[in-house]
Design a binder for this molecule. Structure first.
Ligand code: 5GP
Length: 187
């Protein structure tokens, strides 16, 4: 087993399913886990901090990192680049941590190809109606972006059976506990 792969948990789920909140809960309650901070070209939301939630880059900066081979995986999602930096994974695993990647389905499949022993978990919303309600309540995206993300959500839900586990997010604490239990059982 690769030292890196067995210390990676890859989490996906449609936009608005609550996966970021669930992961924040895991990080707050269990210090074995740390987040892989992704790079992105999307605009920073008012609630986000550069270097903590994402490493915010311009498109030319992002493209230079692709050319430099700095990404484990990267993708274009709803017109913005997102990518996992190899340095995030390597340094954090070397420090003895289990690294959680919160990435979309294409990126998750690419990580699983490179690290087959990584653990992949799909966080599903209770329903598409509930997903739309959460996206609208969040109020961070306009109507066009919400529609684009709901369309994408339908597409992403079609990939859930390719994950090692599917966890439904009804309650944040419960969902976080299920993910930690899955990790414990698999390790
Ligand atoms: P958001 O804009 O809502 O923060 O993220 C949009 C989507 O991009 C989410 O599904 C999120 O998990 C995914 N994402 C975030 N970082 C990465 C990454 O490094 N790589 C990939 N492939 N997807 C990512």
């Amino acid at each position: 087993m690769s030292e890196i792969g067995k210390n990676l948990i890859v989490i996906s789920g449609p936009s608005g399913c609550g996966k970021d909140t669930v992961v924040k809960h895991i990080l707050k309650t269990d210090d074995r886990f740390v987040l892989s901070v992704s790079a992105t070209t999307r605009t920073k939301r008012p609630t986000e901090t550069d270097g903590v939630d994402y490493i915010f880059l311009t498109a030319p900066e992002f493209i230079a990192k692709i050319a430099g081979g700095e990404f484990l995986e990267h993708t274009l999602y709803c017109d913005n680049y997102y990518g996992t930096l190899k340095s995030q994974i390597e340094e954090k695993v070397a420090a003895g941590k289990v690294v959680i990647l919160v990435i979309e389905v294409e990126g998750a499949a690419n990580v699983k190809k490179v690290y087959p022993d990584s653990l992949t978990i799909f966080v599903a919303p209770p329903s598409l109606e509930e997903l739309e309600r959460r996206l609208r309540n969040r109020g961070t995206e306009g109507d066009d972006v919400i529609k684009q993300r709901l369309f994408k959500a339908n597409e992403e839900l079609g990939f859930k059976s390719s994950y090692d586990y599917i966890v439904e997010n009804n309650f944040v604490e419960q969902c976080a506990e299920s993910i930690i239990n899955i990790y414990e059982n698999e390790k």
